[in-house]
Design a protein around this ligand. Structure first.
Ligand code: SDX
Length: 428
């Protein structure tokens, strides 16, 4: 639905289209503004700028709503498997029994990686950051599957490529952990679930097959479902920017991995655990850390707090907090970091600095404690986020092609030197 807005600059008036989405979000389309006026808009960090029209995920930051293709995250977290959720995000509908079986078979079929690709792991130093390995190896997959370089947004080639990528990201991630631990690779077992197979590839030993408990498998499923998509976050926007040049899907998601790595984004889940561990071992009070985060010129932030969109609770954080208790209870474990996290959250809820800035726990605040309970090593936390987000990245890459979106090329306002003459070396 379109309406009109009038922008008055000086004595000039410019008429712009106004669009309203299916959830009554409204935007002013400024695509014609520069041609009409020579004027551009500025929105550093794009916090107020729409980059696309999308039907994949809806987030209402004020109400703490998250839906994948219209289904509330609370329902999917409880009732859907990760493979069902991935299918929903990719194809727009929950799969029928037949569709799910075929999707599962494709994922199982593509779980192994080329033996020559396996050899590349031996080239990495054992101390290599797993996110560096993941990004590199995702690009390398296309060297062994050149057919994926020319995949478009629909048809059996896309279906196969999406399943291949969803499957191989899991194998590559597990192999990066085994390589760093100096352990032999565990090859995928097609008879296991998506999560069960990952845990097998991570933790089976030559002398003992790893058998995931239903509690652990359900906890991992929950983690992946909650991370499967989140509209135009930093890494998904990166996938879209790279894909907008019509770069192939593998190089686009490899770029998404690099964006996710940052501590302000996906790297926050591990940073939260490091922060809570600091609080536990430093002997300093929680108030010391709160005060440090509130210092005006300090770039110290409470990791796991705040969000560009959620100015209320992140619904994923609420689900994770509840589940963490259940998992620890079912595993008869306790985690002193959980108690510190709870106390930290309670203090921020009463603190004007955090309340005035709408800083609530985000998805990363409790997810690390869940990964600890599952037994995932700390340096693999952001890799786990990447595995979860893969359906969202693939679906957004596909959508931009379906919409035949133009190449991303933002403008700027130049603030440098005005024209000047070259100065010969002997006069400088
Ligand atoms: C994810 O976008 C997504 O959807 C991302 C994600 C997804 O699913 O893809 O949800 C996943 O990345 C979650 C966010 C994980 N990152 C962290 O937990 C890192 C800590 N959080 C902050 O770095 C920050 O809150 C961001 C990056 C999440 C949001 O940054 P914004 O929107 O640019 O907010 P801002 O920096 O403009 O902050 C506004 C104010 C500032 O204070 P003032 O200048 O107004 O005095 O709030 C302060 C900030 O200093 N602030 C914090 C804070 N976050 C913001 N102060 C202390 N601790 C924090 N965590």
């Amino acid at each position: 639905m379109t309406d009109k807005a009038t922008l008055t600059i000086g004595s000039e008036e410019y008429e712009l289209d106004v669009f309203t989405g299916s959830e009554n979000e409204t935007c002013v389309d400024i695509q014609k503004l520069r041609a009409q006026s020579g004027i551009i808009t500025m929105d550093q960090g794009f916090g107020n700028t729409g980059s696309c029209f999308s039907s994949i995920t809806y987030v209402d930051g004020a109400k703490g709503i998250l839906r994948y293709r219209g289904y509330p995250i609370e329902e999917l977290a409880e009732k859907a498997t990760f493979v069902e959720t991935a299918y929903l995000i990719l194809y727009g509908e929950l799969p029928t029994e037949k569709q799910l079986l075929s999707f599962r078979q494709q994922i199982a079929e593509h779980a192994p990686i080329h033996t020559n690709l396996e050899h590349h792991f031996s080239g990495f130093p054992k101390s290599s950051p797993p996110m560096a390995i993941l990004s590199a190896m995702l690009n390398l997959v296309s060297c062994f599957h050149p057919e994926v370089l020319d995949v478009h947004s629909e048809g059996p080639e896309f279906d196969r490529t999406a399943a291949l990528l969803l499957s191989k990201v899991r194998t590559i991630s597990a192999f990066s952990y085994r390589m760093a631990a100096g352990k032999p690779f565990n090859h995928p077992n097609p008879n296991l679930t998506y999560c069960g197979n990952f845990l097998h590839m991570m933790f089976s030993e030559p002398y003992q097959e790893y058998a995931a408990s239903p509690v652990i498998e359900r906890a991992l499923k929950l983690f992946l479902v909650l991370h499967a998509d989140h509209e135009q976050n930093c890494s998904t926007s990166t996938v879209r920017v790279v894909g907008s040049s019509r770069a192939n899907l593998f190089s686009s998601v490899a770029a998404g991995v690099c964006a996710l790595w940052g501590p302000l984004h996906g790297g926050a889940n591990a940073a939260v655990i490091r922060m809570l561990s600091d609080i536990k071992t430093s002997g300093k009070s929680i108030n010391f850390y709160l005060d440090k985060a509130k210092e005006k010129n300090s770039d110290y932030k409470l990791m796991g707090f705040g969000h560009r969109v959620y100015k209320n609770f992140d619904p994923r954080s609420i689900i994770l907090k509840k589940r963490v208790y259940e998992v620890l209870d079912e595993l008869k474990k306790d985690d002193p970091l959980l108690e510190i996290a709870i106390e930290l959250e309670e203090k921020t809820l009463k603190d004007d600095y955090f309340k005035e800035r709408n800083l609530y726990p985000n998805v990363d605040f409790y997810s690390g404690i869940l990964l600890r309970a599952i037994g995932i090593p700390l340096d693999m936390y952001t890799v786990m986020f990447a595995i979860g987000r893969m359906p969202g990245w693939i679906s957004n890459w596909r959508e931009l092609l379906e919409h035949n979106q133009r190449i991303s090329r933002p403008r700027q306002i130049y603030t440098g030197k005005n024209e000047r003459k070259f100065v010969p070396l002997d006069e400088r």
